[in-house]
Design a protein around this ligand. Structure first.
Ligand code: NDP
Length: 556
């Protein structure tokens, strides 16, 4: 007779069918034929469970407030209530306690419909994203490529006010226990609750520390791409050193007992502080650009004040050798993002009373850390991106770099603090493979193009086919860039998906980044195609014939 692991009357934890949640149960009996245990939950629900779905109490740490020992139905309204199978809802085979009210059943049913739909919705979003985002992209492209004053004015205002509001709505939604669309809009805090001068002071301190690291005379100095007048600006590459120094400061502060939970508990206040700072910076940038010589203006600037405030007027605003745009692109926001992720990891351990972070949190943190470290390690590659070569420094980039990146890109980690998701090892392995595939494409494509732009006659690139353009530059038509146009965007997008998957399928919220990023890259690709067509003319058309595949073929 096969032996049984748990005895009658033993108190253990039983997995709720269809979910990854475990609740305290008492073993009532064991059927040696079916090898099933009959267990009783605290609310009286009796179920039959396999041995694999039962774990001894010692494999769990007790949570503060004893919430882990709650019965499934008592946990309604707690953060677990939106799991893929609600723990409070019995499967058909369950003998349910008669106390469940009709009202609660209706609520459960509503949640069930949403939850069951979520994976389907995700799949649909991925398939249909391109036609869906068309209207938005149309408006955005009109704004960035139009010269119609009314369109510019309306669109730019919409984005400048809409984006911060949207950011706060997302953060507030994520703070809800059940951030489903059924609970939209989230409760709004009073404005005065969002502002804290001390928080703003901490933010300024962070910014100044990064300025200090940027100014350190370490790291090599390189030249950027030629400007319109043939000049080449010098840039010091010390982003990676700044990251190491920041890590040392953060590590020392942790060791000294600095309470990093303050950042989590004042997250919205930090987001507001960063937004205010960004607005002040944008005003300064616009004012100083009015005195800038014509040659220093961005090719994207239009002469329309509102549009130029938004898109940026001056291409490379500098105070002495301090390059404001270059600094903001990689330092306070990007390094800030991984620091915020670390804060979320610590907050998860504290709030969920975990001895170690969840696997989901570890995946999200490591993936995004790799992304940031990669960007800083390959800092020189920034010099050939559209942000540096083409776009001026105004509200769009300032808000993107200083607010959007740290507060939206850390969204998955923020989500996991209050919406735990257990990821199995097989699932984690698949996600890691996906992330690595994305990374190989992303890094391969970016490095190939950067090496080629830096030195077109590099012997290592001699095997690549190119076509000549009337500007004197060549375009790659083989290697990564012969496989599809903008292969780097494809890799980036795959990685973005891998960042969201550890958050599970209970809500669409952690997938916001992938959806938003798809929209951003759709727009970027369209914008770049437009500029390259203008810049390279016939040669670009030839390139398009040689490489007809685009990653977003249905749009534009
Ligand atoms: P790219 O690095 O793709 O730069 C586009 C430029 O590359 C074109 O203007 C053209 O410039 C050159 N180019 C295009 N096709 C070819 C070719 N066949 N051969 C040689 N050169 C070519 O764009 P981005 O600056 O938008 O992106 C850089 C990276 O940053 C990407 O990986 C992107 O995913 C990532 N990114 C990430 C963001 C995030 O928020 N996480 C936001 C934006 C970008 P030229 O010919 O003048 O050299």
């Amino acid at each position: 007779m096969p032996s049984r692991k748990f005895a009658d009357g033993e108190v253990v934890r039983g997995r709720w069918p269809g979910s990854s949640l475990y609740y305290e149960v008492e073993i009532l009996s064991h059927d040696s034929t079916s090898q099933l245990y009959t267990v009783k939950y605290k609310d009286g629900t009796e179920l039959e469970l396999k041995e694999n779905d039962i774990k001894p109490l010692t494999s769990f740490r007790q949570r503060k407030g004893g919430s882990t020992s709650s019965s499934p139905s008592r946990r309604r309204g707690s953060r677990s209530r939106s799991r893929s199978r609600s723990p409070g809802r019995p499967p058909k085979s369950a003998r349910r306690s008669a106390s469940a009210s009709h009202q609660a059943n209706i609520k459960e049913a509503r949640r069930e419909v949403e939850v069951k739909l979520t994976p389907l919705v995700l799949v649909l979003v991925f398939i249909l994203i391109q036609p869906f985002v068309f209207p938005f992209m149309y408006v955005f492209t009109r704004i960035t490529c139009t010269s119609n004053v009314h369109e510019l004015f309306a669109g730019v205002f919409l984005i400048m006010f809409g984006l911060p509001v949207f950011l706060f709505l997302l953060l507030l939604m994520c703070k809800q226990k059940d951030p489903s669309l059924l609970n939209f809009p989230p409760p709004l805090p009073a404005l005065y609750e969002l502002w804290e001068t001390r928080v703003f002071g901490v933010y300024l301190l962070w910014f100044l520390i990064q300025v200090l690291f940027y100014l350190l005379p370490i790291g090599k100095v390189v030249e950027g791409t030629p400007l319109i007048d043939g000049r080449r600006l010098k840039y010091r590459l010390n982003g990676f050193y700044a990251f190491i120094l920041t890590s040392a400061v953060i590590g020392t502060s942790l060791f000294q007992g600095v309470e990093f939970h303050y950042v989590y508990s004042h997250f919205l206040q930090f987001a507001l502080g960063a937004t205010v700072f960004c607005v002040v910076l944008s005003v300064y940038l616009y004012m100083r650009s009015l005195k800038a010589p014509r040659n220093d203006l961005s090719p994207a600037s239009s002469g329309n004040a509102v549009y130029d405030f938004f898109i940026g007027r001056e291409l490379n605003p500098r105070i002495g050798t301090f390059d404001l745009k270059y600094f903001c692109e990689l330092r306070p926001g990007l390094i800030g993002w991984v620091v915020i992720n670390l804060v979320m990891l610590l907050a998860e351990m504290k709030i969920q009373d975990r001895a170690i972070p969840s696997l989901a949190m570890i995946l999200v943190n490591s993936f995004q850390l790799l992304y940031v470290v990669d960007a800083l390690w390959n800092e020189e590659a920034l010099l050939t991106t559209m942000d540096i070569i083409h776009d001026g420094f105004g509200f769009m980039l300032a808000f993107g770099d200083l607010v959007w990146v740290p507060f939206i890109y850390s969204f998955q980690a923020f989500y996991l603090v209050s919406h735990p998701n257990e990821v199995s090892w097989p699932m984690a392995s698949l996600i890691i493979v996906l992330k690595l595939c994305g990374y190989v494409i992303f890094r391969g494509a970016n490095s190939q193009k950067n090496a080629f732009r830096k030195n077109p006659s590099d012997p290592k690139l001699a095997h690549l086919k190119t076509i000549h353009t009337s500007t004197g530059k060549h375009l790659l038509v083989s290697g990564w860039w012969g496989f599809v146009r903008h292969p780097n965007y494809l890799g980036d997008l795959i990685m973005a998906l891998a960042w969201s998957l550890p958050c599970g399928f209970n809500h669409i919220l952690p997938y916001f980044y992938v959806i938003y990023f798809t929209m951003l890259l759709v727009h970027r690709e369209a914008r770049d195609e437009y500029h390259c067509k203008k810049k390279y003319g016939v040669a670009w058309e030839k390139y398009c014939q040689r490489v007809p595949y685009r990653i977003f073929p249905y749009i534009y």
